[in-house]
Design a protein around this ligand. Structure first.
Ligand code: NAG
Ligand code: NAG
Length: 399
């Protein structure tokens, strides 16, 4: 005989849409958008689905039970360890503006299309994530169309022609994050144009639709002095707002000063220290280097680095073994990781600043630690008044 609960579950399934496969609470299921294993749970026990539901993202339903939605959940509350005192006090609190914006920008992967069902038109929303989250073990390789939708090329006018000489990352509708030394170069002058959504800049046949936007404002990071290699960070304000698409949209900023072992560096390799140029966007996985190792590679005697590597604002990464990978990327381009817990988003960790000699295994490149400049970025990009109060949101489940 069917229990009351199961009867109700079956009724819920009949009422739910035809695509729903009916499953019981606690049963294994597969989340359709990313093929990850989940467990059927009440939607209120599932942070990620609550989020998806709230923002109109598709989610995988298991049916309804007792009038409550049952969904396929990757990490339901009942499976989670209780937060310890320390983590709950250090990670909850007001959600910073960059994090709020990041959640907002995630909706750029949603595409709407009209679909006719008989006489009715239905608005179908589909997620269009153009990159898979792959284990960070790959060597250098060509990126694919839309895989790094925040990547920017910075252009300088040389003999009336635009030349792409630095990289950058789109972080809002109007701002690109780059290195301080990319704003103005002795040889090429000021950066004047930014190209977004590009894959291979030698051809128009690469299935992407890049956009060139003029630079409105060049804003060096706080403390950046052109002749020293510290605070090598900058923002570029674009002349107009960018319309986001799944293949052209911002990356997120780092919410914590985390310890990361591996990063993905991306760029066209267009600046001198970064080795061979490629007209196709390149990606490479690099390892974090300890400060000890980094100090050894960069002694303090040089004029431009008179205080050595600064462990608060700079970090080092590279490749111990493979020569070819030791120094790819671009000045101003991003050092990023996949955003754990935030579907289809990247988290920027560093800005490529400088290197020593290219293709020398064991010699790391130096990156500006973005986390250190968050206040300045938020003030400049989103006009945050740091003394003002922000809307309070619980961020315990958002890393
Ligand atoms: C990258 O693409 C180019 C042009 O299509 C090709 O010649 C090259 O072999 C590719 N590189 C890799 C590592 O696949
Ligand atoms: C670059 O822009 C600055 C103002 O932001 C200006 O003073 C400088 O002359 C420009 N440099 C070149 C080479 O045009």
């Amino acid at each position: 005989m069917l229990s009351n609960q199961l009867k109700l579950l079956m009724i819920g399934c009949l009422l739910a849409s035809s695509v729903v496969t009916c499953q019981d609470l606690g049963e294994d299921c597969v989340v359709k958008s990313n093929n990850r294993k989940g467990v059927c749970s009440y939607i209120t026990d599932c942070k990620h689905v609550e989020y998806e539901f709230y923002h109109g993202f598709p989610f995988t339903s298991c049916g309804t039970l007792n009038g409550r939605k049952v969904v396929c959940c990757i990490n339901p509350k009942s499976n989670q360890p209780k937060p310890t005192e320390r983590t709950s006090t250090t990670t909850s609190g007001p959600l910073r503006v960059h994090k709020k914006k990041c959640l907002e920008y995630q909706s750029a992967i949603i595409e709407s299309s009209k679909f006719s069902v008989g006489f009715e038109q239905e608005d179908i929303k589909t997620q269009n994530c153009l990159h898979k989250q792959v284990p960070l073990i790959v060597g250098g390789d060509n990126a694919t169309a839309g895989e790094f939708p925040h990547m920017a090329l910075l252009g300088y006018i040389i003999e009336k022609q635009v030349q792409w000489k630095c990289g950058g990352s789109l972080i809002s509708e109007k701002f690109v994050l780059t290195a301080g030394h990319c704003l103005e170069s002795f040889d090429f002058g000021n950066v004047t144009v930014v190209r977004l959504g590009e894959l291979d800049y030698s051809t128009d046949l690469d299935k992407v639709r890049p956009e060139d936007i003029n630079v409105l404002r060049r804003i060096p990071g706080p403390g950046y002095l052109g002749d020293l290699r510290y605070n090598d960070i900058a923002l570029i304000e674009l002349e107009r707002i960018v319309k986001f698409t799944p293949s052209l949209r911002p990356a997120c900023l780092p919410p914590i000063d985390g310890n990361y072992e591996k990063f993905i560096a991306t760029g066209w390799g267009v600046t001198s220290f970064l080795g061979k140029d490629s007209t196709i966007l390149q990606k490479v996985v690099l390892d974090w280097f300890s400060y000890d190792k980094c100090f050894k590679s960069y002694n303090t005697g040089t004029k431009e680095l008179n205080q050595g590597i600064d462990s608060a604002t700079q970090f080092c990464a590279g490749s111990e073994k493979e020569e070819k990978d030791a120094c790819q990327g671009d000045s101003g381009g991003p050092m990023q990781i996949y955003y754990e817990g935030l579907y289809c988003m990247y988290k920027l960790i560093g800005v490529t600043s400088f290197g020593q000699s290219c293709a020398t295994p064991g010699v790391p490149g130096v990156y500006t630690n973005i986390y250190y400049y968050l206040d300045w970025i938020e003030q400049t990009v989103w006009n945050v008044d740091l003394k003002g109060t922000e809307e309070l949101l619980d961020v315990r489940n958002l890393k």
